[in-house]
Design a protein around this ligand. Sequence first.
Ligand code: SF4
Length: 1014
Amino acid sequence: MHISRRSFIKATAASGIAAAFGGLGLSLVPSVSQAKLLPLRWAKQTTSVCCFCAVGCGLLVHTDKTSHRAVNVEGNPDHPVNEGSLCSKGASIYQVAENAERPATPMYRAPYSDAWQPVSWDWALTEIARRIKKDRDASFRFQNDMGLTVNRCDGIASVGSAALDNEECWVFQSILRALGLVWIEHQARICHSSTVPALAESFGRGAMTNHWNDIQHSDCVLVMGSNAAENHPISFKWVLRAMEKGAKLISIDPRFTRTSAKADLYVQIRAGTDIAVLGGLINYIIENDLIQRDYVVSHTNAPFLVSDSFSFKDGLFSGYKAGSKDSHYQGRYNKSLWDFAKDENGLPLKDETLAHPRCVYQLLKKHYSRYDIDTVVSVSGADKQGLLEFYRQYAATGKPDKAGTIMYAMGWTQHTVGTQYIRTMAMVQLLLGNIGVAGGGVNALRGESNVQGSTDHALLWQSLPGYLAVPDATHTSYKKHLEIKTAPHLAAAKDPKSAAWWQYYPKYMASFLKSMYPQAELADAYNWLPKADQGKTYTWLELFDAMHDGEFKGFFAWGQNPACSGAHAGKNREAMAKLDWMVNVNIFDNETGSFWRGPGMQPEKIKTEVFFLPCCVSIEKEGSITNSGRWMQWRYAGPDPRGAARSDGHIMVELMEKVRAMYAEEGGTFTAPIEALSLDMWRDQKGYNPHNVARLINGTFLRDVTIKGTTYKKGQQVPSFALLQDDGSTCSGNWLYCASYTDEGNMGERQSRQQSPEQEKLGLFPNWTWCWPLNRRILYNRASCDLTGKPYNPQMPVISWTGEKWTGDVPDGGWKPGEKYSFIMKPHGHGRIYGPGLEDGPFPEHYEPMETPLKSHPLSRQRSNPACLSFNDEYKAVADPKFPYVATTFRVTEHWQTGLMTRHMPWLLEAQPQMFVELSEELARKLGVGNGDKVVVESARGSIWAVGMVTERVKPLRILGKTVHQISMPWCFGWFMPHDGSGGDSSNLLTAAVGDANTGIPETKVFMANVRKA
Ligand code: SF4
């Protein structure tokens, strides 16, 4: 059905009147539930969590007891994060569920057809299962070109999804891995993948260090690489609360945003120059001796001595080797040259005076001495006085009784140096003693409701749940895999003060293997895991490049819209036409499911069969999601699934049961992992059961086990990951979530605001849902104390040592003060100012984006990241007069990601109806473009139309003596909806397929473009 945008808005808005009860806005006063004012005689009330961003706001859902349809959704006033308020998206959730645009049945698009046809669930799932089996069997490889066992299916790929519940993510990764897939990617790759190695390398864990409520305790909130006021609106409640208490807000951004409008200080910079700006901050801190010295010496690796084989010269670190013509990476480093200088026991040498010329601190000082204020200004275009004020204000948080925090998002992650952007700030926070403390941390603002959980549960090619490693083919046995993964940690554990927690890897790996294959021997279960080729990566950009080369027969786009969400989206759309079949699971039809009828496509020439499977919206199903602050929050089902929609979990289980039945009946290739999969444990007599899966994720004793005198009976839930075993006697689908579903019940369901006076002072809310690991709300909290256990800031202690035990938050290890180092996940127990584990250097270096207005690098001869991901046959615009303007992309409050859901929500579409591009007044004058004129924006990849928005929010900058104009566009539009084409298309048709050296995250936040009047 094709209806115009206006009639769509009118029709659906009329059916959404009940949702007008929804709370809206950023009031700092907790609201009162409207439900208390309404008789609930006619409605069932359930609690849920917002399905949009990872602030994770709590909802109350009211469902009519007769029709079983949602009649009201509003903010939960008891919820500690949102306290009843919701942003415009959360307040409109009702319109996702009660929406006539939701397909009523599964749909099938036959090869070369120009139309969908409705089909039954049974037919669709049977046909999909048939194709999975055929192409798995045909493309299965037992050995790679080196003759090493890989046991994998090369002919099918999958992307999706951060919109799935935790339990569904775990089930999905199990199915994909049992089938043998290694091409497994999802949203996290393209939004926050660079966060994980950056934070893990710096601190040990790849997640937001603190949590939303904690932001209120900051003395200085830096918002850089994000726009919290618009994109994580309810998080901003906690920024405002900090400001009420006297905190300063600093906004550094290429564009003046609504966050900037509330800030005490705003500094505009050129997109892609944040490392230069933050490198200048490091230089300022060191030059003015503003580090928190006791913290730096006690808790960071600043005193460690670095091997003589490490060096840095003219933009390159030691050990660089350029990639071959066919390599996807520009080059690679030999990282062994960057190791620490070690003693006879293999432990790092240290100089706690920080004076040794080879100590980390002195090397750091030398590296960033090049980032003097004038150089930084000339590279970034920032105002010098503004920059100095930023440095002064932020560096002031280095005092023990002060805390500064950073809130960042895609503005940092999506770069060819994205990991190093975040690393630079992690180093700043370590120098200032801002990690582990209240009001501090490095806070990754996750943009999808469950992108944290979907990453924890490993819908990414390189990791297994709980950040265990996908083995590569050179790990030829289970024993060898364990030896390789534990070696550095066991070596570090020779220092009795190093907890070196990853030495327990075998317990977590064994328990994971048993959760997938409970009856199997560990060696067999390991053998069944698909293996990657050594040195090869299988990231998003490479996946679509391989698809474009025709390497896949089948493809799952499960809860994702890569036709709009991925960089160089036009290439993705072309690539889908090379497939034999595709499965698209979503709430609404979209640009991916219907790619074959999109702009420029000729359906009669496209062979791809497409199966569209309609799934439930979040409020129609039960399960948990994990917010940015690592809170695992349980959601309950409110309305029934609309039409024939099914939960993703139901679809997965039924599909895999059909696949298994076909193998049982017909035989096939490498059937053992399919037969042995724990599939029966994921369901009850009614089908998929999220509680069963959540219990399995937590883990169970598989036989009676006695540990330190206590006997745990077979079938008991494992109460803590400290009790997981490496001998196959326990299972745990994800060790990080062990303690989330114990014999005492489902911890994610808890909704008590009860807390001790110390906890209340911090707003830890330990009895509200559950937080990984072990319900610890602030990570690395042992670093908030000195080595005697005394809090650096006694007014705001995260934990305190009473002389017998720790009080406050759950401590990051229960040892006595000084007994163990504070960063327990790092081999040597210290926060890493020097990070030798990353692919592109132990110290972040400013490199120009792959597309840049500059011919050469202002600091060295190495213009762009020498280790980044880049396809040599794809053109990049470098100082190309055809594409003279620096372009960046952003999100608006009303739309979420590609807009797939929000463009179907009438209130939101009304507020933000179509594609626009922000131009400075100066650039608009130069181009003869007036406010509201239609313009064409074009890059080396393609072009789109947009409405020109002439604004003071962007200004031309002076870069190395020349004027540089910047433009900016949202990326939330697509051709499919509104159906009349009035919305325009995705700005990702313009962005480049180049990626970060460590994760391959695409550089969607900066590219070169041209603008002309249409
Ligand atoms: S989109 Fe984010 S900030 Fe808005 S209501 Fe949902 S969770 Fe809260």
